[in-house]
Design a protein around this ligand. Structure first.
Ligand SMILES: [Zn+2]
Length: 144
């Protein structure tokens, strides 16, 4: 499944790393915007949903949760979009009417997107830390 999702992501040609930028990039590539919107979800079981309207796709996600959870919710729904799933059944958690294969595709794609974001951010943090440490020691990094 990871291989399948990795191939699919490669096919999209998406370059952005940040999830909000990824949504914007995906939207502009298809000439069909992806609109992110947070709201207080009325149900304890539903944390996000994908609404495929005529002009745009809406990813609606829980406002009252941690930023980390929100990232996961957005990545999952974007995963559904990348696979061109129908939406509105794309509810994260607790819904009866869902296709387990589609959920697995969305979730695995989400994991890949989040892993890539995490790797990139960790890399940036590391290089920032190295620079700061170097400066403290009197080195100038980036000029060899
Ligand atoms: Zn889902």
């Amino acid at each position: 499944m990871r291989q399948r999702c990795r191939r699919r992501l490669a096919e999209t040609g998406l370059r952005a790393v940040d999830l909000h930028e990824l949504c914007a990039e995906f939207g502009s590539r298809r000439a069909r915007p992806v609109v992110l919107s947070s709201m207080t979800m009325p149900s304890n079981n539903i944390h996000a949903m994908l609404v495929r309207a005529s002009e745009a796709d809406y990813i609606v996600y829980e406002r009252d949760t941690t930023p980390l959870h929100q990232q996961h919710l957005i990545a999952h729904e974007l995963g559904h979009l990348i696979w061109d799933h129908r939406g509105l059944t794309g509810l994260s958690g607790g819904h009866a009417d869902y296709d387990p294969v589609e959920e697995l595709e969305a979730e695995t794609t989400a994991t890949l997107l989040l892993e890539r974001q995490h790797r990139t951010l960790a890399g940036l943090a590391r290089s920032e830390r190295t620079r700061t440490m170097g400066q403290a020691l009197g080195f100038e990094f980036g000029r060899w």
